[in-house]
Design a binder for this molecule. Structure first.
Ligand SMILES: Cc1cc2nc3c(=O)[nH]c(=O)nc-3n(C[C@H](O)[C@H](O)[C@H](O)COP(=O)(O)OP(=O)(O)OC[C@H]3O[C@@H](n4cnc5c(N)ncnc54)[C@H](O)[C@@H]3O)c2cc1C
Length: 393
C-alpha cells in the first residue's frame, strides 16, 4: 500500500515553498529574480537539474533597448545587423535596440554563485521523473526522492513533440562553430542576422554570424525543416561557407554548439494545478522564429509579479498573445506548405520595413501600425489565403 505522503516525516522535511524543476534558461532566470526580490528571497527553494550545468552548451542572442536584467554578463553587443539574400541585402542600424549575446555558461555560473549566498536555496543534481499536483501542493519525483512544494516551476519537456492534426511542427536546427583566425577577418561591430545566400533546396536555410572580435566569430548553419541533418552534414556546410563566402582558409574551432528548437503552433499544457510550466515547456518559444530568451524573461517577470501579489502565478492569454499566435500559425502555414520560401519572405520584410518594426514584431511587441508595415511588405493574396485557412480550422 502506498504511504500517505503528507504524514511522512521525511517528506515533510522535503517540502519547499518553490521547486524549480530544470535549471536552464527559464529555471535560472526565475531563480535570479526570486533571489533579487526582498519579499521572496527567503523562501525555501529547491532547484533540481539532472546536469551539473558546467558546459557552455548554448549562446543566447536577443535585443532590447534598455540596460537589461543580465547586463553584467552580456558577452558582446552589436548596433548594426546585416541581412543577405539573393534578391536583397542590407546593413542597418538597429538603434535604439542593442543586439546582445549571453553565453550559457556565464548565466549558469552567475545564477549558481548568487544561489550559494542563500542558505535557504538547495541545488540538487537529480533526474526528475514525474510531477503531479493536488489542491494543496505539487509533488516532484526524482529517481531517488520525492519532494513537495507550494508551486513547482517546471521547464522540463518530458515528451518529444510529434506532429498533430491541423498543427504545424518545424524544427529549427543548427550547428555553430566559434572560430578563431590568425589575421583579422571580422567586423565585431556588425552581426549577420541571416545570410540566405546558401543552398535553399532542403528548406529555409541561413547562416548566422556573430563576430565577437576581429578574429573570432560564432558561425551557425541554421535550417527550419521537418528533419534534422547528420552531424557531418552541418560540418560540410560550415566548412564550405567559411571557405567560399567568408574566404577564410585557416582557422581553429574553439567551441561547437548544436541546437534543436521546436517551431510549432501546438498548444502546450502550460499549467496543471500547482505545476507551472516555464520556458520552452511553458510555450515561451515563438513558433515562427524560435526566439525564446526574451519571452522567458517576460514570463519570469509576470510570475514574480503574481507571487508578490499573492496571486496564482498563472497567466491567462490576452488578446495580444492570441494575435501573435495567429500570425505565427499563418507564417508556419506558408513555410510548411512551401507557398513561399523563408528566404523570400524575410527578404521582403527586411527590404520594406524598418528595423524597429521588425524587431518589435519578432518580439510580439508590435502595435497594429507596425503589424501593417510588415503585412504590406508581403504578398497579400498568399498570406490572406493562409490566414483564412488558419481561421477556419
Ligand atoms: C544551442 C541553442 C541556442 C539557442 N539560442 C537562442 C538565442 O540565441 N535566442 C533565443 O531567444 N533562443 C535561443 N535558444 C532557444 C531557447 O532560448 C533555449 O533553448 C533556452 O535554453 C530554453 O530555456 P528552457 O529553460 O526552456 O530550457 P533549457 O535551458 O533547456 O532548460 C531545461 C533544463 O532542464 C534540464 N532537464 C531536462 N530533463 C531533465 C530531467 N528529466 N530531470 C532534471 N533536469 C532535466 C536540462 O538539463 C536543462 O538544464 C537556443 C537554444 C539552443 C538549444
Amino acid at each position: 500500500m502506498q504511504k500517505d505522503l503528507t504524514n511522512n516525516h521525511a517528506v515533510k522535511n522535503n517540502h519547499y515553498d518553490y521547486i524549480i524543476s530544470g535549471a536552464g534558461c527559464a529555471g535560472l532566470s526565475l531563480l535570479l529574480r526570486l533571489l533579487q526580490s526582498p519579499a521572496l528571497q527567503e523562501k525555501k527553494i529547491l532547484v533540481i537539474d539532472q546536469d551539473h550545468k558546467i558546459n557552455n552548451d548554448r549562446t543566447w542572442c536577443f535585443w532590447e533597448k534598455e540596460t537589461g536584467f543580465f547586463e553584467n554578463i552580456v558577452h558582446h553587443r552589436w548596433l548594426q545587423l546585416q541581412f543577405k539574400s539573393e534578391n536583397y541585402s542590407s546593413q542597418f542600424s538597429i538603434e535604439p535596440y542593442h543586439y546582445k549575446m549571453i553565453r550559457g555558461i556565464d548565466l549558469y555560473e552567475y545564477a549558481f554563485a548568487l544561489a550559494k549566498q542563500f542558505p535557504n536555496v538547495e541545488i540538487k543534481i537529480e533526474k526528475v521523473i514525474d510531477l503531479h499536483s493536488d489542491d494543496h501542493q505539487a509533488i516532484v519525483k526524482t529517481e531517488n526522492n520525492i519532494y513537495t512544494t507550494d508551486y513547482a516551476f517546471n521547464s522540463i519537456l518530458f515528451k518529444k513533440l510529434t506532429p498533430t492534426k491541423n498543427k504545424y511542427l518545424l524544427l529549427q536546427h543548427f550547428k555553430g562553430w566559434m572560430i578563431e583566425t590568425e589575421k583579422p577577418c571580422f567586423d565585431p561591430a556588425v552581426a549577420t542576422f541571416m545570410d540566405f545566400t546558401v543552398d535553399q533546396t532542403r528548406g529555409t536555410t541561413f547562416m548566422y554570424i556573430l563576430p565577437v572580435s576581429e578574429n573570432k566569430a560564432l558561425v551557425e548553419y541554421t535550417m527550419f525543416t521537418e528533419n534534422i541533418l547528420s552531424s557531418e552534414e552541418y560540418d560540410v556546410e560550415l566548412r564550405k561557407y567559411i571557405l567560399q563566402k567568408l574566404k577564410i582558409n585557416e582557422y581553429k574551432i574553439l567551441h561547437e554548439e548544436f541546437g534543436i528548437i521546436p517551431m510549432t503552433n501546438q498548444k502546450f499544457v502550460t499549467n496543471n494545478g500547482r505545476i507551472i510550466n516555464i520556458g520552452t515547456a511553458g510555450e515561451q518559444t515563438k513558433a515562427s522564429s524560435g526566439f525564446t530568451f526574451q519571452f522567458i524573461q517576460k514570463q519570469s517577470d509576470k510570475v514574480i509579479d503574481s507571487l508578490l501579489k499573492n496571486k496564482w502565478p498563472i497567466q491567462s492569454k490576452g488578446f495580444n498573445e492570441k494575435k501573435f499566435r495567429f500570425y505565427d500559425s499563418v507564417l508556419l502555414n506558408i513555410l510548411v506548405n512551401k507557398k513561399m520560401s523563408g528566404a523570400k519572405i524575410f527578404a521582403r520584410i527586411f527590404q520594406n520595413s524598418s528595423s524597429e518594426a521588425i524587431l518589435k514584431f519578432l518580439d510580439n511587441e508590435s502595435d497594429l501600425l507596425d503589424d501593417l508595415e510588415i503585412i504590406y511588405s508581403l504578398p497579400i493574396k498568399k498570406f490572406f489565403i493562409a490566414a483564412v485557412q488558419e481561421i477556419s480550422k
